[in-house]
Design a protein. Sequence first.
Length: 304
Amino acid sequence: MNKKASGQAGKGEAVGIAASGRTRDIIRKHGFTFKKSLGQNFLIDQNVLDRIIEAAGLDETRGALEIGPGIGALTERLAQAAGKVAAVEIDRRLIPILQDVLSPYENVSVVQADVLKTDLHELWEQKFAGCEKVSVVANLPYYVTTPIIMKLLEENLPVEHIVVMVQKEVAERMAASPGGKEYGSLSIAVQYYCEPQIVCKVPSGAFIPAPNVDSAVIKLTRRDKPPVEVRSAELFFKIVQTSFAQRRKTISNNLTALSGKERKAELADLLRGCGVEPERRAETLSLTEFASVTEALANAGMIN
Ligand SMILES: C[S@@+](CC[C@H](N)C(=O)[O-])C[C@H]1O[C@@H](n2cnc3c(N)ncnc32)[C@H](O)[C@@H]1O
């Protein structure tokens, strides 16, 4: 197995395709049929697998949690690179195929479950005892990308990196800076907990069946502490969500939902005090500005 990354793509560039017939052979052997409703687009490209494994930075002291192993193309590579691997797959039909494909590896355990209904803290304790660090590495089912990412971020799991394949536009939203249309509450949530880096863009031909959208691999490195100080993450995200409630409205108009119309003038003064003109839109505010606004509104008793 070639472990060396062969694609030369730099940050965010498209990676070259090197399709493998192995996935097709396994699918044929087991007579597997894809379920679109479960986001089943299997990765058949060796260059992309190389890039994911390289970005995850695994070794025998580290663990990897894979969400949605499919027929195990990435799982096999994780088993070779990490000390322990746990893979959570919702589709029961894939379990015997995974048992067959992964039979040479003693360090992999497959769990049949919906990851969104799984107690990940318990899974961590059961599957990763003795691992120094654990990363999440996956080609995510696109229909549930955001709920999975938010679960991983909000549950405060001891994750080192999250290296995931997602729809290209979603990767761009996660990594976006203030001022553009991609920047929104997902960017802020991701950047509050992690440092994002787009590893490579991936064309639809890297999968079978080919999805209708382009994809990208993104690496999220968990921060030791958030880049801004707020009295409570819950209040901070309440301000962010409310500020983006209607993107075309000004921040002042959106935040009136919290302050009440009768305190609109006071709200405008508070925003100015934070260096934020009330006519600005949420998409122009940095994390630091959202943190200042959170503190000002909390001090004024406009949110609790
Ligand atoms: C995009 S495919 C990736 C398959 C494989 N890892 C690969 O790269 O070829 C997504 C996988 O996630 C599984 N899946 C979908 N929803 C899931 C959920 N809620 N929990 C766990 N697995 C899920 C699908 O059955 C499928 O195997």
